[in-house]
Write a new protein. Sequence first.
Length: 507
Amino acid sequence: MRSKLALYNLSASLALQFVTALVGILLPRFIIEAYGSSMNGMIASITQVMRYLSVVEAGLGAACIAALYRPLASNDTYQVSAVLSAARVLYNRTGKLFAIFAIGAVLVYPFLVYAQISIFTAGAMVFIMAGSGLTEYYLIGKYRVLLIADQKSYIISLIQTAGVMLNAVICILLIIYGFDALTMQAAATFIFASRAIFIKRYITRKYKQIDYRASPDMQSLEQRRDVFIHQLNGLVVFGFAPIIITIFCNLKEVSVYSVYSMVFVAVNMFVSAFSSGLMASFGQVLAKGEVSVLRHSFKSFEYVFSGVLTWAYTCTALLLIPFIQVYTSGIQDADYIRPDLAILFIAVGIVSNLRTPHHMLIQAAGHFRETRNPAIIEAVISLAASILFVQWFGAAGVLLGMLCAHLYRTPELIWYTSKTILEQSPTYGLTRSIRNVGLGAGAILLCTYFFTRGVNSLGEWFVWAIITAFFVLIIVVAGNLICEPRSARTVLMRGQTVYRGIRSKSQ
């Protein structure tokens, strides 16, 4: 059953990531053409401001999910209700605090960009975009944590996929018909908020036994302060870049950064889709104390994940600059062809994603307090190095700062999970990572030698992308099959078991 739900979550997550990535690539082009690079940079910058305001959640979501694993595994409805009742109370408090901070951002942010965007436009944009956060805290949060912990995150993914598609169509139509940026963003916020209706309807129908007004168990969420440290670390390390660039450079540089970032957000969404639907499965295995099962399942998962990571980033290294050339053709108000940004984004993406499976174990096991100090050190390194290097290298300097932080944190986190949770040596995973880096480098050299990369249109780029993806896939799959045939057989057997289970259920 766990494998079947994991497959549902994985499939729905992949669909969501694909649609989100596609929209994330298409929509900024329309925004830049219609409103200019400064407006696109401001929207990207405000998006990061909203993510920073989300620190008011203070680790509540992840703490709720971790607290729900055990009562859900033992069908303890009373404890599930107590945890979710506590979540309801705390999410309502969080919503009020978020609203106060959002009002502060409306008053302060416009003065950071007043020389490039009018004060009224900047303030109104912050106000409109804050609506998404209020929806999350007041309407969706307590339902989302239940679905994720109960291995039904595919419900959220499917609803959100439909919302993203509808949002893209409406926003593009509004841009084409000449509506201003504020109207376009207001429509996007309204569509995002409307998903709460469908999520609540599903919860009401499928979880009738849950009482959100039960006596709240606040003690079960005591780890939320430690979770908050990890979330704050993630915001500093992964999300502070546009704000630093806004302060020390300008909105056009933010726009350039955001164009490269949107590609890597899409790549990371695709890669992370192979892990996001599995955390609840590992959480329930740990809740039952099945360490041996966890070790074997994690080995198979890491084998697949490392291959997907290698394939995705090898293709990105070959296809990124040709895509940026086509994507920004005709745009003259900023220099978008930046090989230095491409190289640094790839390096940051690879190093940060190497720890994704292990970070997922930290969350599943609830080891937030034990790992908070290294998280704090990583955030300090990232912030200090980014502010230092941005003075000399602009947006590339921020990426250098992020890379310094990742080079510290990734090996430390892998060592911790291997020794503490998996109780095994980390050298096995290290050997696999080195092998996959070699396979990726070899694929890049072969593709560069045998194929030409000159493209003049999006159609030509797609043809080149399909050829490249297929060629790289053969090299990565063949290399991993030859080097780890036993792991390949295990993954294949698991897939066949899940397929038979789904097929027998449908008959």
